[in-house]
Ligand binder design. Structure first.
Ligand code: NDP
Length: 446
């Protein structure tokens, strides 16, 4: 039954979503994991839950015209995919990167639905973005672009409808410009975006949350192997929001991060990465990771981001982008003695890589579970906005840690309950799906 079920769903998904290969990949992984759930719960099949869950509730594609500093009109394409609202308002980030297309946004929105369910907070799944490249643009260009993007998006979102946040290429600066335009167009000051500045509705710990949450999750994975962070050598790809705050938390807990990357290449500093330098380069100057060597000449820089997985380590945290770690890279990590891998980015490991890790006895934390700390803290920001109050750093951090612990436990228990003992990929997919499916059942065919 399992093969027929998976093939049947995939046939429809592939024919309806032509070349959206990342979306096919994300759906296949979930559908394969939940086959035993459907077998045990025929009521889900009778209600067409899986057929409905793989089809976005709404997809919006729009023109984003803006004027560059030379007075030339530029045109980009914007997206918002409102995937599933069974559990709460659509929630998920906006990505500004030249590689963005509807397939990538659909895969991210689909993943987001189950991730958000795992957090135990009342948020549905969505994702958006644009093929705009903020790199090399002036602040004024970014502002004009964000204003144009929001001039269309504002009519589709709302604090009880859809609440976007940041993702690749969308940080504090972009959220500020987007929020300003929403406020002007609607004459309301509401929690319409998360990741806002601390002086205007943002939450403490939101900036750090995905990276911190990832490390809290891995703490549980290490604990299950009788270990902790002390003395662990760690390789983290990327050097953006997720990578920077994962590095900070690993260092606080006694591990040593020895490599980071960007899309040009990777640095290795065997004495431990000096995070202040990285933050100065990436957060202040918006520069390239190889500039690290100007201050720390004993470190190494290697061209090309793929090579980072050849650096021997105990723990690897892919935190840059989708499909950045393939089966060969996974084989190298295993051969070099890596014991734990957890995904800071969304779907950074190819299906072949995941198989290599699971077969090789590596503890593997999938993105939906391991990187859910960001959106969980976004949900905490929404709660604070609704109450018009703000919690302390310690309070939010404590809640974040509690949520990551609970996600880990849900994954382990769901995997056990469906005969996939120790497989956190299956556990995350099953636990997330069950929550969404039960809410959809209760709400009828809508
Ligand atoms: P940032 O834009 O802050 O940083 C992205 C980093 O990844 C940069 O170092 C960038 O390098 C690198 N990168 C991006 N694209 C590529 C590519 N095609 N090849 C190699 N390197 C690349 O993004 P975030 O840190 O916010 O996001 C990173 C990942 O984490 C994404 O998959 C995102 O979906 C996921 N995520 C983020 C959350 C958040 O709260 N921010 C929450 C959950 C998941 P360069 O500067 O050279 O482009």
């Amino acid at each position: 039954m399992a093969d027929n079920f998976v093939d049947g769903i995939m046939e429809t998904v592939e024919s309806r979503n032509g070349g959206d290969v990342e979306f096919h990949q994300a759906v296949r992984e979930v559908v394969e994991s939940i086959a035993p759930v459907i077998e045990k719960h025929p009521e889900f099949a009778a209600a067409g839950i899986v057929e409905r869950v793989v089809e976005p509730e709404r997809q919006i594609i729009f023109r984003v015209p803006w004027m560059d500093d030379n007075g030339q009109v530029q045109v980009n394409r914007g997206f918002r995919v409102e995937f599933n609202s069974a559990i709460g308002p659509y929630k998920g980030g906006l990505r500004f990167h030249p590689s963005v297309n509807v397939g990538i946004i659909k895969f991210l929105g689909f993943e987001q639905t189950f991730k958000n369910a795992l957090t135990g907070t009342p948020i549905g799944g969505g994702k958006g973005g644009c093929d705009f490249n903020p790199k090399g643009k002036s602040d004024n260009e970014v502002m004009r672009f964000c204003q144009s993007f929001m001039s269309e998006l504002f009519r589709h979102i709302g604090p009880d409808t859809d609440v976007p946040a940041g993702d690749i290429g969308v940080g504090a600066r972009e959220i500020g410009y987007l929020f300003g335009q929403y406020k002007k167009l609607t004459n309301t000051f509401v929690g319409i975006l998360t990741g806002k500045g601390l002086g205007w509705g943002g939450s403490l710990v939101r900036t750090e949350a995905t990276g911190y949450g990832l490390v809290y999750f891995v703490s549980r994975m290490l604990e299950a192997r009788g270990k902790d962070w002390k003395g662990q050598k760690v390789v983290i790809s990327g050097s953006g929001n997720v990578a920077i705050y994962a590095t900070q938390k690993v260092q606080q807990l006694g591990g040593t991060v020895i490599a980071l990357s960007d899309s040009n290449g990777y640095i290795v500093d065997n004495d431990g990465i000096k995070l202040d330098t990285v933050r100065q380069i990436k957060e202040v100057r918006r520069g390239r990771i190889k500039e690290y060597l100007e201050e720390h000449p004993s470190a190494e820089f290697h061209e090309g981001w793929e090579g980072i997985w050849s650096v021997p380590c105990d723990v690897a945290l892919p935190s840059a982008t989708q499909n950045e770690l393939d089966g060969n890279a996974a084989g190298t990590l295993v051969a070099n003695g890596c014991i734990a891998v957890a995904e800071g980015a969304n779907m950074p490991s190819t299906p072949e890589a995941v198989k290599v890790f699971l077969d090789g006895g590596v503890s593997f934390g999938p993105a939906k579970a391991a990187n859910a700390g960001g959106v969980a803290t976004s949900a905490l920001e929404m709660s604070q906005n609704s109450m018009r109050m703000s919690w302390s750093f310690e309070e939010v951090d404590k809640r974040l840690k509690g949520i990551m612990d609970s996600i880990y436990t849900q994954c382990v228990e769901a995997a056990d309950a469906y005969g996939c003992n120790g497989n956190l990929v299956a556990g995350a997919n099953i636990a997330g799906f069950l929550k969404v499916a039960r809410a959809m059942m209760a709400q009828g065919v809508v």
